[in-house]
Ligand binder design. Structure first.
Ligand code: FAD
Length: 395
């Protein structure tokens, strides 16, 4: 049975996991055991093995704690443990989980019409249809609230024009949930930001894989051009009426990013500990040197703080008491701590630390993207700052 690996859970933060949550955690670990080697190859070559990524759906791992009658219920703790475990094994798959489950499935479940939900929720949850969430644009990342993609009402259709950047699964042959500003005179939503379900095979939709990435190399993000993409009026997600709806999804997924960061940090700490116990220098294992022990102690201290954030956050969420800025604080803390742990671990493995086979370098590179997406460090700080001072410093 899966437990937090010996030595990484110093305070027993995950010692008393309920049976159902543990079962989800075990499935995540079995999945990573099954596909880990192929994902390491994918990181090396920069390919995106869609079949492996979508296998997570067959194992019912895409439900990110989303409450919907068609989905198996995951508690926030189960969702977090799955996130942590998959990111510990492979950051690219951790990101697939965040995109397919956290962002796309959640958007459909929260805001989709009955028809959209009955057609797409199960296929997306099972990994039969890759799905993406397209908010960011080349000129609007942190200020995605100013997005420029437009959806014009023309007779019995919406016509969408614009560009999107960094969209996970955006060139995978599935569906994309496109956030756009409505232009429809006389419509109560004229000027508002709404979300549209676009099948990637629709004429005018062109997704190009972003090459040259040095992070999350086992998943593809796309640059998308939407050139007069014509979709039926029913393509709009009826529950979306403003940018706040996109924010609602991002608030809900932010805690998942904090859990992912914990997964990356756990992998790096485990690698550093085991390497320092085996590697001999000056006639002794590295772990016998005082400075090495101090570094391990500091890493464990940070790792434990990350675990405590995550566990407490899951408990708050289970009681429906988690505030968005509390998830921001956890993301802010955990991705920063994961970066530090990865950096120290890399150094502790010496030259071997840059070899993928030793399980640190890819985490060190992957955590850079995770640190940035779903709100950068500075943006999280501004959200927290606004909450504690009552003053917005965004613009
Ligand atoms: P910018 O907004 O240009 O920021 C650059 C720097 O300026 C950052 O350090 C930022 O903190 C700082 N900055 C910005 N504004 C301020 C301010 N007011 N005060 C102080 N500092 C500031 N988006 C999607 O919609 N869907 C996806 O699936 C998706 N997946 C992604 C996957 C990856 C690998 C990456 C890298 C990104 C992904 N994104 C996705 C986009 C992601 O959310 C954005 O990259 C992120 O929000 C930051 O935007 P930006 O990259 O444009 O940076």
């Amino acid at each position: 049975a899966v437990t937090a690996r010996r030595g990484t859970d110093y305070y027993g933060v995950f010692a008393d996991i309920p049976e159902d949550d543990r079962a989800a955690w075990e499935r995540a670990q079995a999945y990573i055991d099954e596909v880990g080697t192929r994902m390491l190859d994918a990181w090396d070559t920069g390919d995106y093995p869609l079949d492996i990524a979508m296998r997570a759906g067959e194992l019912d791992l895409f439900n990110d704690g989303i409450d919907h009658p068609s989905l198996t219920r995951f508690s926030p703790l189960a969702a977090g443990l799955v996130n942590m475990e998959i990111s510990r094994g492979d950051g690219s798959l951790g990101t697939v989980l965040a995109v397919q489950g956290g962002l796309a499935l959640r958007t459909l479940a929260l805001f989709g019409s009955e028809e959209q939900q009955s057609r797409w929720i199960v296929p997306v949850a099972r990994g039969e249809v890759p799905a993406s969430f397209a908010l960011t644009e080349p000129d609007h990342g942190s200020d995605s609230v100013s997005l420029e993609t437009v959806a014009r009402r023309e007779g019995d259709a919406w016509v969408i024009d614009g560009t999107k950047k960094w969209i996970g699964n955006g060139a995978s042959g599935g569906i994309t949930l496109v956030w756009a500003r409505v232009q429809a005179e006389g419509d109560p939503d004229d000027g508002a930001v709404r979300c549209f379900l676009v099948e990637q095979s629709t004429p005018g939709y062109a997704g190009t894989v972003i090459r040259g990435k040095a992070s999350l190399r086992g998943i593809h993000q796309a640059h998308i051009v939407l050139d007069q993409v014509r979709v039926p009026l029913t393509a709009v997600l009826p529950g979306t009426h403003s940018f706040k709806d996109a924010s609602t999804v991002l608030y809900a997924t932010r805690s998942g990013v904090a859990w992912s960061a914990l997964g990356h940090a756990t992998a790096c700490y485990e690698a550093a500990l085991s390497y320092s116990q085996q590697r001999m220098q000056f006639g002794k294992p590295l772990a016998k040197f005082q400075m090495v022990q101090e570094r391990l102690a500091q890493m464990l201290e940070e790792l434990t703080a990350m675990q405590l954030y995550c566990r407490w956050m899951a408990d708050l969420e289970a009681r429906c008491e988690l505030r968005p800025t509390q998830a921001s604080l956890a993301k802010h803390h955990n991705t920063r701590a994961a970066r530090r742990i990865a950096n120290v671990a890399r150094d502790m493995l010496g030259g071997n630390g840059i070899l993928l086979e030793n399980g640190v370098m890819q985490h060190m590179a992957d955590i850079e993207a995770i640190h940035t997406y779903e709100g950068t460090e500075s943006i999280q700080a501004l959200l927290i700052g606004r909450d504690i001072t009552g003053m917005s410093a965004f613009a």
